[in-house]
Ligand binder design. Structure first.
Ligand code: C5P
Length: 300
């Protein structure tokens, strides 16, 4: 067994995010289509002294992230140790971040998924994705999808997954904001602005994904949280308009935002959209990626 394990994990974008009412614990019922994209983080897990759980970040937004027990990555490692009844293990985690922090692309959830996979390998547990699923769902609604990857329909809180067979490659341009948005505050704003119905994923989107009809996928992108995200960060409306003007096939706030996602017709087109967005002072940085890609995976 190796003393070090490295895991690569994708970010996600929601191609559809339909939001309903809340359950008894205040979570909203969702019907969503997730796609895993090639903008990802890398987690290195190294054996540490028993009882020692350490965390360090490098890269995108590293300075803003807590490294104590409040971080989902540490909570994931401790949850797995408890679940496996291992009281003599420790781990030192180093996370190279590329996924924007508080950006609506599930960066924190991705790191938690990667830590589950990394520690399972590091501690010789060899747990399958199915066996890790309940732990992932306990950590957060998006964590199970980051284990699975690909494209999938999520229901319940987003943790009940049905993989979706799709055709083709989807090229994305992402516009990052100067400041993040907290997911609970966006859901709260959604509650203030909307009267939710029964959440559902449109058949048009599922059929377009199956057929690999990229323009039809672009036309069918939808996000019920978009209005709330724009209400909290009004510059997002201008960012979305810039991408549309650059010919994006679809322009959408990613998840709870504030990252905006633009579907391009080709890789070259994703560069053109990136150039058009980069000139706007409301955009902190631009990233390009493609999907679908695999979920959290040990690197060979
Ligand atoms: O599940 P997760 O910890 O990622 O959720 C973060 C927050 O987002 C929750 O505390 C809740 O405020 C909101 N949320 C929600 N309904 C969901 C998922 C998340 O209201 N289905």
């Amino acid at each position: 067994m190796s003393n070090t394990v490295r895991v690569r994990v994708p970010a996600k974008v929601n191609l559809a995010l339909s939001v309903g009412g809340t359950d008894t614990q205040g979570f909203h019922e969702l019907a969503t289509v997730f796609q895993a994209v090639s903008l990802g983080d890398e987690v290195t897990a190294e054996v540490a002294r028993p009882g020692e759980f350490k965390l360090a970040f490098h890269g995108e937004g590293a300075a803003f992230l807590p490294v104590d027990d409040t971080n989902l990555a540490i909570r994931a490692a401790k949850l797995l140790a408890r679940h496996a009844e291992l009281d003599d293990v420790g781990v030192s985690l180093v996370i190279r971040k590329r996924i924007p922090v508080a950006g609506g692309m599930a960066g924190g959830s991705a790191d938690a998924a990667a830590v589950l996979v990394a520690c399972s390998a590091l501690w010789g547990l060899g747990l399958t994705r199915e066996e890790l699923h309940p732990l992932a769902a306990e950590l957060g609604s998006d964590v199970p999808f980051l284990l699975l990857g690909g494209t999938a329909i999520g229901t319940g809180r987003g943790e009940q997954l049905a993989p979706l067979m799709t055709s083709g490659t989807y090229h994305w341009t992402f516009a990052l904001s100067h400041t993040g948005l907290s997911t609970p505050s966006v859901f709260k704003e959604f509650d203030r602005l909307s009267t939710p119905g029964q959440p559902a994923v449109a058949d048009e989107l599922v059929e377009a994904l199956r057929a690999g009809d990229v323009p039809a996928v672009g036309a069918a992108l939808s996000n019920d949280l978009e209005e709330a995200a724009i209400s909290l960060q009004p510059t997002l409306a201008h960012t979305l308009r810039l991408g549309r003007d650059a010919g994006a096939l679809g322009s959408i706030v990613s998840g709870s935002g504030p990252t905006c996602a633009f579907l391009a017709g080709s890789e070259a087109h994703s560069h053109e959209i990136a150039e058009a967005l980069a000139v706007f002072s409301g955009v902190r940085a631009v990233r390009r990626a493609y999907g679908p890609v695999a979920g959290a995976q040990v690197m060979g």
